[in-house]
Design a binder for this molecule. Structure first.
Ligand code: BDR
Ligand code: CA
Length: 308
């Protein structure tokens, strides 16, 4: 049976790659909906980018729903220094996609689909967690219906601040609600996404695939790699990590741990406090991805692109 997933995202180069990977014939995932949230850029641009990606890959029958335009409490924060002003700079995707978002808020799409399900839907959350938190608050009965939330966020160190990763920092209050909700969470933080580095040989491999989707992804990667130059051996493909795991769970080693989200610290706002040593004695709420199999990751990534 195909795994049913909803991708909640803020595309974003690595979000776009995650959608492309999930929607590929090679993934064996069933993409039920794409919901968008303010994050890398504003929610209108992120939504348009999701639609542009759908157009690129011919994904006509999957609804795209626009969600929260700001975090629960704080002012919106962007990452256009990484993804460019459009959120998806450096790519030749259709500028004005024909596909339109559905006439329903992302939160209502999430609630409707989860409530109508028999507990088989997984959420891949790869942006700030605002939509997921709002859905839980609006309809708490969705929590036992969620099969799993595979999320990209947090880590034992940060990228937006020394302590905090962007997705959690962008809406830590929402992240706190989600982490404390009781829903099964599998967390792909920076510890593991920094193991998925697109070195120059990967870019060459991608270019050699030579189909329109792989070429577009190569362009995305070329732009996105700019933000990593001089700091890392390649760009970190954060958001494809949870997708790779949903395709093949054996790709990561997981630890069952307690993770709490800091919302008040002067220097640590948005930090995910990962209790790796069991110091708190508190009940584990997260499957924390510690170790990635990079060879398998790249195999899945390239297979997905070859399938277009
Ligand atoms: C996360 O932040 C965003 O810029 C990326 O799309 C990813 O989801 C990495 O910290
Ligand atoms: Ca993202």
């Amino acid at each position: 049976m195909q795994k049913k997933i909803i991708i909640d995202c803020d595309p974003g180069h690595d979000d776009a790659m995650a959608i492309i990977m999930a929607a590929s014939g090679a993934s064996h995932l069933q993409l039920d909906a794409i919901t968008t949230v303010a994050g890398n850029v504003d929610v209108a641009k992120n939504t348009k980018n999701a639609l542009r990606v759908c157009e690129l890959i011919g994904l006509h029958d999957v609804p795209v729903a626009m969600g929260a335009d700001r975090p629960l409490v704080r002012e919106p924060l962007e990452a256009s220094h990484v993804h460019g002003k459009s959120g998806l700079d450096g790519t030749a995707l259709p500028q004005e996609p024909a596909k339109q978002p559905v006439d329903q808020h992302a939160v209502d799409v999430l609630i409707e689909k989860l409530m109508a399900s028999d507990g088989a839907i997984t959420i891949a959350a790869i942006g700030p967690l605002t939509n997921i938190a709002l859905s839980i608050r609006k309809e708490p009965r969705i929590v036992p219906k969620i099969k799993e939330i595979a999320l990209m966020g947090g880590g034992t160190y940060g990228n937006r601040t020394p302590a905090a990763e962007f997705n959690i920092y962008a809406d830590a209050e929402a992240a706190k609600i989600v982490f404390e909700s009781g829903a099964p969470i599998t967390m792909f933080g920076l510890d593991v996404t920094h193991q998925a580095l697109a070195t120059s040989d990967k870019l060459e491999e991608l270019k050699a695939i030579d189909n329109p989707v792989a070429t577009a992804v190569a362009d995305m990667l070329t732009f996105y790699s700019g933000a990593y130059k001089g700091k890392f051996a390649g760009a970190a493909l954060h958001d494809p990590c949870p997708i790779a795991y949903l395709i093949d769970p054996a790709i990561v080693e997981l630890d069952s741990v307690r993770v709490d989200v800091e919302t008040t610290g002067e220097f640590t706002y948005g930090m995910t406090v990962v209790d790796l040593k069991g110091a708190t004695g508190r009940k584990a709420n997260v499957h924390f991805a510690r170790q990635l199999n990079p060879d398998r990751f790249w195999q899945l990534f390239m297979d997905a692109l070859r399938s277009y």
